[in-house]
Structures are given as structure tokens and as C-alpha cells.
Write a protein that binds this ligand. Sequence first.
Ligand code: CAP
Ligand code: MG
Length: 441
Amino acid sequence: MILKLRGDKMQNWYNEFINKNYKIKNNDIKVLFSYEPLEGISNEDAIGRIASESSSGTWTTLTELPKLLPKTKAYAYFYNKNYVKIAYPRIIFENGSIPAMLSGFAGNIFGMKAVKNLRLIDAELPSDYIKDFKGPNYGKDVIKKIFKRKHGPITSVVPKPKLGYTAKEHAEKVAYAIWKGGMDCIKDDENLTNQFFNKFDERVKYVAKFRDKAEKETGDVKEAFLNVTSPNFKELERRIKLVHDYGFKYFMLDLVVSGFTAMQTASELAHDYNMAIHGHRAMHAMFTKNPKHGMTMLYFAKLARLIGIDQLHIGTVIGKLEGNKDEIIAMKDMIMQKKVKEIFGLRMNQDWRKIKSMLPVSSGGLHPGLLPEIFDIYGTTDIVLQVGGGTQGHPMGIEAGAKAVMQSIEAYKEGISLEEYAKKNKELRVALEKWGYERPI
Ligand code: CAP
Ligand code: MG
């Protein structure tokens, strides 16, 4: 489709939103996009539309204008044929509201006819904006404060098959076995919420019962990432409170499907109850996977940290799910560091000020043979490791599967090859016989 834009009767004022000489203010929000105009449309025509429709403009000139208008306009201050940077004035954003932010520069502009592809890569958020967010309650301090250890990894297992276990089986057959095998946490799968065969309240009750037993028998802290994802806010609040009342320090939320208001609500409650949030990102790939369009996982992760998610799935590079290494490393540093520097095309500068770090969760298709590669990328100290099928597919059973994972971690930490370590550790040996070092697709 070719659109005729110039010389038509629309009298647009999109070009007023482009200013290469614009003097950036300290508290502007600077956003980096990659873009591709529709055929027949100039870069400027596309960029003007992006800056205008995401701030205060519209498709035609107006007869009356408010006095404040100049202070509410965004300006494209840098662009080339692939990228554009736009500065948004601070006053156009409601304090402390992610939905209000995204309805601007992640909103209508993604559907404009004149823009064939548009990708929100990152935004540099000024301290005057981030001061209204709490950030994670614990962040990396979960390791010390919840698990009473100096270093990670925190280890977790999601029961597989994804669905089918009753609440009691989930707790007794899987959770108890992996805790006994030496792992820290049982994690609900993203699509396990409150099914008739595995009711949420029942699951919380049984998992708490077997947690107490496992803690008594092992002397270690055992936790659960129980999925509180709910159909409405009242129920979300009730489920979080229930998990808290059963003595858990964590809850899990499916962030994308629940939405930003739910994330912000959950963060408020986590701070009230002094809990940590495990953030699952199911559905993110609907807007992150196409490299030309949508929003990067990195920016979603930035929002999660700002809101107050303590640990977030960010990928494995080598597992069963999509994730480019450079992007994952840029993202890992962005969620962990206090300050990060721009990597053009990948991320912007960011000073996090008082906002705590958020731990990366590496998950999806992992098994003992792959863990050394994960630790080469992530290190072993500040990471949550999630191994589902790679524990429960172990030929000797679930507890042995957990032991094999722990043996793989020990081997790496001691600088011994898995092959060598497997000679004296049967569970690891059997795991390597089944999966080797293969990467699933
Ligand atoms: C992993 C998992 C997680 C994915 C999500 C699953 O199980 O529970 O949902 O890791 O992907 O159902 O696939 P396995 P990501 O260990 O059995 O693969 O972490 O990339 O968001
Ligand atoms: Mg899952």
C-alpha cells in the first residue's frame, strides 16, 4: 500500500515534532526506537508521526491550542535510517504509573499505517521519574535474607507434566522429592493457577505441609513460587495473602498476562507483606520475538525491575526458547547493576539510584549437562536456576534428578569437569547418559 501524504488536504503538523537541535532536559524521558517507514513514506514523515501520536499531536492541524501545548510535545532529536531517539517531557507522564507511560510511547504508534515496523528498544528513565517507584523488595538480597546463604544459585523445579498432578501429588511427589534432593524451590508452571483438579488453596496448604517436613529433615530453607495469577484484583490480593499466611516468603506472578496494573498491585502487596516476587514472562514473545517490531524483552525487564519484581525469567541462550546472547547479556547487566551505559541499538544509559537489583532467572530446556554453559554466561552467584523436565526426566526418579542438578553445580564450582565428577556421582552420570550436553530446540 502506498499512502499519499504530501499535498493532501489533511494539513498535518507532524514535522513540528522533529527537532535535531532540541536541547534535552535533565528530566526528559529519552526513548530509542528502531523503525521502518511504509514504502513511499519518508523517514521524516514516519518519525514525525511517531513523536506526535505518542505525545500530544493528532492527524491534522487544530483550530485552537492550549497554552501548555509546547510543554507537552515530544521531539525526535536524533535519527538515521534505522533508529530514532525521542525526548518526552516529564510532565506528560503520571507519577508512578506504568500503564500511563505505555499508553503514550508504546501505544497507538505501533498501529500507524505509515509506519511499517516499529520497535521500542529502551528508554532512559530520569531520577525524577523513577523516584515514584519502589523497585524490588529484596532483589538479590533474597539469597542472604530468605535462603540464609552468601551465594546463589537459587535452584528451582517446575513439576512436569505442566498439568495433571493433584495438589497433594504436586506437593508430595514432586516438591518434597526435589527438596530432599537438595534443591531450594518448587515453582508452579505458568498455566497452573486454580484448576478443579489442583485447586490453588489446596496446593498452598499441601506445599506448606511438605515444606515444613522437608525443612525439618534437611535443616535447609525450602521455598515455593506459587502462582497467584488471578482473574481479578480482589482474588489476586486474597491469593497473595493466603500464600503469606502459610509462611511463604515468595509468590509467583505471570507478569504479561496479568498486566502492568496487576504487577504494580502485586508489588505494593509484596512490600506490605515483606515478600519477594518471582516473575514469569509467558506471552512476552508475542511482542518481543520479531526483531523489527514490538518491544524488547530488555525494556520489559526494565519495567519489571522498576515496578518491583525480585527475579525475572530472562532466558538461557542455549535452552529451548528464543533469546539472543548479546541481548541477554545487555539485559542481565541492566537488571543487576546500579548504573549501565548505552550500547547503541541494544540499550540506553540508566542510573537506577535507590532501586534494588532484580535477579535473572534462567529456565527453559535445561538439564545437568547444560548448566556449566549457563554459569559461563551468568556466573553462579546471582542467578535463579530453573530445571523442570531436566530433573523429572531423570531415569532414576525425581529426587535423583534434583541430586544430579546439584552435583552439576558442585562440579562447576569446584572447577571439575562434569565427566570427571560423574565418575563418583551416579545421579550425574545417569543424567549425562540420557541428555549428554545437548541443547533442546
Ligand atoms: C521451563 C518452563 C518455563 C520456561 C519459560 C516451561 O520448564 O517451566 O515456563 O522456562 O521460558 O514450562 O517451559 P523446563 P522463559 O525446565 O521443563 O523447560 O524462562 O524463557 O521465560
Ligand atoms: Mg513453564
